[in-house]
Design a protein around this ligand. Structure first.
Ligand SMILES: CNc1nc2cc3c(=O)[nH]c(N)nc3c(CCN)c2[nH]1
Length: 373
């Protein structure tokens, strides 16, 4: 614990980094996977399970929480940590991405975004300053700048316009955030699939004395090789002594390849959303438990797992629950998947500490390819 936000690099293995973020509410072991708790809950999970499974930090969303229950209401209720009973660090996204992907966007200009709520159609305006104000009302530990994420493929001019405005918004968010020693504000690198624009965005953010840097504008439809190429371009420009967060990523394979390039933090709905739809992640690859071949398979998903959902329940029962659309099906698979992701992160951190990350990556991939699931 520390009254400040500090990031310590503990070891490297190639470009993979082992680190630790210390904050008043706790320590975050990196590389870290952040379960997504969009409206204040990690869907189908008790937060005790999320913690026991190995999560040091979870994600919340400004867009959703400002619409319901409302930022001022959360503040009146003691802040997000009190409300959801998660005393550890929370990172909140700024709302820009969710406005683009969820709401009826009405207007986007220098002042901010004007949009209609996807819940009740009410009209809302969010400026960079209001986004930071909301994240403060939520008592968020790591706050994200308001940005404009452009879906790919897109015209270079469009990508440039959005990247330049996101840079101006980063400066306004930096001013609005001020100095909050126990908290952090991260800038978000934009620039789409353009090498030059990615470099300009990263260089521009470096002028702002930020405590961390997110790489945004990726995992928005581009092929994995394009995402990885943008990391190869962007990461060398970012200060090595600050954490790097790749937003919205990703599959286990995405995570391994991004850690290999120097990413420290990840968030993705993949383990929880796919769990609710019957997809199980295991050490030996993915299992679509809805498939009829599991109907009488008495094996658990992974007899060696420390997670009861993976070790103690037969595939036959999981198959039955998912086919019957029983809530327990999504709960057990979400539990299995989050535990798998956190076990993967723990394996990654151990391999970096032992300077054998490349071997770990190869072994993990080989176990998936061998299948035998
Ligand atoms: C699933 N793919 C994905 N790409 C993202 C890009 C941004 C991005 O460029 N900016 C922001 N603010 N959020 C993003 C998110 C949401 C992360 N929870 C993304 N998710």
């Amino acid at each position: 614990m520390s009254e400040n936000f500090t990031f310590t690099l503990k070891a490297t293995s190639g470009k993979a980094r082992l680190g630790e973020i210390t904050m008043p509410r706790g320590t975050i072991r990196t590389p870290a996977f952040m379960p997504v708790g969009t409206v204040g809950s990690v869907k189908a999970m008790y937060l005790d399970q999320v913690r026991e499974g190995g999560a040091d930090i979870i994600l919340g969303n400004t867009y959703h929480l400002m619409l319901r229950p409302g930022a001022e209401r959360v503040a009146r209720l003691g802040g997000l940590h009190e409300l959801i009973r998660w005393p550890y660090p929370i990172l909140t996204d700024s709302g820009g991405f969710q406005v683009m992907s969820l709401s009826g966007l009405r207007k986007l200009d220098e002042q901010g975004v004007t949009f209609k709520s996807h819940i009740d159609g009410s009209l809302h305006h969010m400026s960079p300053e209001r986004s930071i104000e909301i994240q403060g009302l939520l008592d968020s530990d790591i706050q994200m700048q308001l940005d404009e994420c452009v879906a790919l493929p897109a015209e270079e001019k469009e990508i440039e316009r959005a990247m330049e405005m996101s840079l101006r918004w980063a400066e306004r968010c930096r001013v609005a955030f001020g100095e909050q020693p126990g908290k952090a504000m991260f800038g978000i690198v934009q620039g789409g699939d353009s090498q030059a624009l990615r470099i300009r965005s990263a260089e521009g953010l470096k002028q702002l004395d930020l405590k961390g840097y997110a790489v945004g504008g990726l995992a928005v439809g581009e092929p994995q090789n394009v995402m990885l190429e943008m990391l190869d371009i962007t990461l060398p420009v970012l200060p090595s002594e600050k954490p790097r967060y790749l937003m919205g990523v990703g599959t286990p394979d995405d995570i391994l390849k991004s850690v290999a390039r120097g990413i420290d933090m990840f968030d993705c709905v993949m383990p929880t959303r796919s769990g609710r739809h019957g997809l199980a992640f295991t050490r030996r690859g993915k299992v679509n438990i809805r498939n009829a071949r599991h109907a009488e398979d008495m094996r658990p998903l992974d007899e060696e797992s420390s997670c009861p959902a993976a070790r103690d329940y037969s595939r036959a029962y999981l198959h039955h629950l998912v086919r019957s659309n029983e809530a327990l099906g999504g709960m057990l698979l979400s539990w299995n998947n989050l535990s798998y992701y956190q076990d993967l992160m723990q394996g990654i951190r151990k391999a970096i500490a032992e300077d054998r990350f490349a071997d770990f990556q190869a072994e993990t991939l080989a176990a998936w390819e061998k299948g035998d699931i």
